[in-house]
Design a protein around this ligand. Structure first.
Ligand SMILES: Cc1ncc(COP(=O)(O)O)c(C=O)c1O
Length: 359
C-alpha cells in the first residue's frame, strides 16, 4: 500500500483479515468493473444467476457441496441470521457462547459477544446467552446436562480473533459436535475472521474433522467488497420467509466474491496460507522477545512484553508495516493469503529491527 506521499507500506493485517487475495487484485477489479457495466443491483425478488455460481464455487472450494448458502452484507449479520435460524429450527431460545468471544455488533451477535462493559447496550442484554469458559470441556458438558433441552445453539470461533488469537482445541470442537447431536442443538462455526482459507483449510473448524451445522462468513469473502453469508447444513430446511434481505447477494457483491473464490482456487491460496503461515510462525517463534507465538496458517498472534510495548506503533511509523492488535498486549497478523515468502522475509527483517530499536 502507498500513502498520499507515495510512501510504501507492507500490510500484515489486511484491514482486520479482509484483504484475502491482495489489494486491487486485477482479476477482482476486472470482475467488478465488468459486472458494473451490466447491472449492479436488483433485489432478491428475481433469481440472480451469479448467486448460484457463487454458491456452487464456495461449495466446491470449501468441500461443503451439499450445504445451502444465504447471503448478507457483514459478519454481524451473518451471525445474527445463524443464531436466528438455530432458534427457528430448534424452537429454543438459549445460546452458548464463550469467554473472549466476538461475534459482531447487531443485537443477538453483540449479546453473544463477551464484552459487557463497552459494546453491549442495555437493550441488547438478555438471559438467553450462557457464557462458558473457552476450551473447557467439563463446563460445556455440565451445562448441557443441566439445561440441554433449552439450548438452541453453540456459537464459537475456530480461532478467536478479537479475543487475542486463542485456538479452540480439536477435542473441544469435537465435544461441541457430539453434545449438540446428543441434545438437539446446532453448532454454529463463526468463521468470519478465522475462515475463508485463512488457516490453510477453508474453515478453521475443519481441523477438528467435524462439520458444523452453520458456518458464518464475511471479511475475506469479498476482499474488501462488503458481503457476508451463512452456509447451512442439508439437514436444516429454512422455510420461505425465515431469512431475508434487500442488499444481500446483490450482483456486484456476488461478482466480487466469485472473483475472490476463483482466485483462491486458481492461485492455490489455501496451500500457500498453510505453508507460508508455518514458515512465518516458525521464524517468529525463534525471536526471543516475542512470547506465546500461536495461531494457524496466516492467523498468527504473539504477546508483546512490556519492554517493547510500543512495537506496533514503531512498526507502522518507522518501519512502514501495518499490524493489528488485541488488548492488552497482543499483536495480530492477518495478511493477504497471497503474501509471498519474500514479503514475509521483509516483514521479519523490519520486525527484528523494530525490536532492536526499542531495547
Ligand atoms: C469472529 C468475528 N465474528 C463477527 C465479526 C463481525 O463482523 P462485521 O464487522 O463484518 O460485522 C467479526 C469482526 O471482527 C469477527 O472477528
Amino acid at each position: 500500500m502507498w500513502d498520499e506521499k507515495g510512501t510504501e507500506y507492507l500490510d500484515m493485517y489486511g484491514g482486520h483479515a479482509v484483504i484475502s487475495i491482495g489489494h486491487t487484485h486485477p482479476y477482482w477489479v476486472s470482475a467488478i468493473e465488468t459486472q458494473l457495466h451490466q447491472i449492479a443491483f436488483y433485489s432478491n425478488s428475481v433469481i440472480i444467476p451469479i448467486q448460484s455460481r457463487l454458491a456452487e464455487k464456495i461449495g466446491t472450494v470449501s468441500g461443503k457441496q451439499d450445504f445451502q448458502l444465504f447471503l448478507c452484507n457483514s459478519g454481524a449479520e451473518a451471525n445474527e441470521n445463524a443464531l436466528k435460524l438455530a432458534s427457528f429450527v430448534t424452537g429454543r431460545k438459549k445460546i452458548i457462547a464463550f469467554t473472549k468471544s466476538f461475534h459482531g455488533r447487531t443485537s443477538l451477535a453483540v449479546a453473544a459477544t463477551d464484552n459487557p462493559s463497552s459494546i453491549i447496550a442495555p437493550v441488547n442484554e438478555t438471559d438467553n446467552i450462557i457464557f462458558l469458559p473457552f476450551n473447557d470441556e467439563q463446563a460445556l458438558k455440565a451445562c448441557f446436562e443441566k439445561e440441554g433441552d433449552t439450548i438452541a445453539a453453540v456459537i464459537i470461533e475456530g480461532i478467536q480473533g478479537v479475543g487475542g488469537i486463542r485456538v479452540a482445541s480439536n477435542s473441544f470442537l469435537q465435544s461441541i459436535r457430539s453434545l449438540c447431536d446428543k441434545h438437539g442443538a446446532l453448532y454454529i462455526a463463526d468463521s468470519v475472521q478465522c475462515g475463508y482459507g485463512r488457516t490453510g483449510q477453508f474453515f478453521a473448524h475443519d481441523a477438528a474433522g467435524v462439520d458444523a451445522d452453520i458456518y458464518s462468513m464475511a471479511k475475506g469473502m469479498g476482499n474488501g467488497f462488503p458481503i457476508g453469508g451463512i452456509l447451512i447444513a442439508p439437514h436444516i430446511a429454512p422455510k420461505y420467509g425465515m431469512l431475508g434481505t434487500t442488499f444481500g447477494g446483490n450482483h456486484l457483491a456476488c461478482a466480487a466474491a466469485l472473483a475472490v473464490v476463483e482466485v483462491m482456487d486458481n492461485e492455490n491460496l489455501l496451500a500457500s496460507a498453510a505453508s507460508h503461515g508455518a514458515y512465518l510462525m516458525d521464524a517468529l517463534s525463534k525471536i526471543p522477545q516475542l512470547q506465546n507465538v500461536r495461531g494457524r496458517g496466516l492467523m498468527i498472534g504473539f504477546d508483546v512484553a512490556d519492554e517493547i510495548k510500543d512495537l506496533k506503533k514503531v512498526l507502522l511509523q518507522e518501519f512502514k508495516v501495518f499490524t493489528g492488535e488485541a488488548k492488552p498486549n497482543v499483536i495480530r497478523l492477518l495478511p493477504s493469503l497471497a503474501i509471498t515468502k519474500e514479503e514475509i522475509d521483509i516483514f521479519l527483517d523490519r520486525l527484528q529491527k523494530a525490536i532492536q530499536s526499542l531495547l
